[in-house]
Design a protein around this ligand. Structure first.
Ligand SMILES: [Zn+2]
Length: 276
């Protein structure tokens, strides 16, 4: 699943390309979308704004219509100049929003729907989303309250739950827990308020720092040698570094599938011991 900062970058790039422009062509293979287009054409509307809300990309059109897409594991938005060759096969295309200058193509997005402004207000997914770590403001008290509601669930799984706090993906999950020296399998209610505060502040800092670094890739560890920068795990403390020495203490990093979706968790057994 793309991390919150990747979604944020996608939304920002789409916004720069499309905002203020009139839609000249709309295309989709999704019947629910083409039905809306037939009733109330997307062509001729202006793209007002594109923004990220947690892991959703919201594209706002004039006439109070919002296209909501969710990338899940494999979805992505690309931007092309008219006539430019797509880097994905046409069969992966789900939605095309074209203006005179650009063509935005959503490939393999598993969730795409049009919402009216009232639908949006009561949309369960959006309403249930936890405080957004990439928002201009972040409600840490509300995030803490939601974390406390998870009781004994492992802290690593709780941090991944977008309804608790929005923005942390699987890479940041391991990195943030390592930086704050919290064992990923600790029950959430066994992590003191102050440590939870550290986790949230660290996640927000890392996510925001990575948003401002253009060129993609997640960097959490900056001690890497630039001459060997090809391997992404060099830019991280633990993620992708199983059996390699901990950057703090040299103990081999461990990896294990965790939680209902068996997401990989990396940690240092010495720096992040299991609670007694
Ligand atoms: Zn260590």
């Amino acid at each position: 699943m793309p991390e919150g900062d990747a979604i944020y970058r996608t939304a920002r790039t789409l916004h720069r390309a499309l905002a203020g422009e009139t839609v000249t062509r709309f295309e989709s293979v999704l019947p629910a979308l083409t039905r809306v287009h037939e009733d109330a054409p997307i062509t001729g509307r202006q793209v007002e704004r594109v923004e990220a809300a947690g892991k959703h990309v919201l594209m706002r059109f004039s006439g109070s219509l919002v296209l909501r897409t969710h990338m899940r594991m494999n979805g992505s938005w690309h931007i092309y100049r008219p006539g430019e060759r797509w880097r994905r096969p046409r069969r992966d295309m789900r939605v095309v929003i074209a203006t005179e200058r650009f063509e935005a193509v959503a490939f393999n997005v598993p969730v795409a729907e049009f919402l009216g402004s009232e639908d949006e207000a009561r949309h369960a997914d959006l309403r249930a989303m936890g405080p957004d770590l990439l928002g201009d403001t972040f409600d840490e008290a509300e995030a803490l309250r939601r974390i406390r509601l998870r009781g004994r669930e492992a802290i690593a799984d709780v941090l991944l739950n977008q309804r608790v706090v929005a923005g942390i993906g699987n890479v940041y999950k391991s990195e943030v827990l390592f930086i704050c020296r919290v064992n990923p399998f600790t029950p959430a209610d066994g992590v003191a308020d102050e440590r939870v505060g550290d986790l949230l502040k660290t996640a927000r800092k890392l996510l925001r720092a990575n948003v401002s670094t253009l060129g993609g890739g997640i960097t959490t560890y900056i001690g890497f040698r630039r001459t060997r920068g090809r391997d992404e795990s060099q830019r991280r403390y633990v993620y992708g570094r199983a059996r390699r020495p901990c950057r703090r203490c040299g103990t081999p990093i461990r990896v294990q599938a965790q939680g209902p979706h068996a997401r990989l968790t990396y940690w240092c057994p010495a720096c992040q011991p299991r609670p007694a």
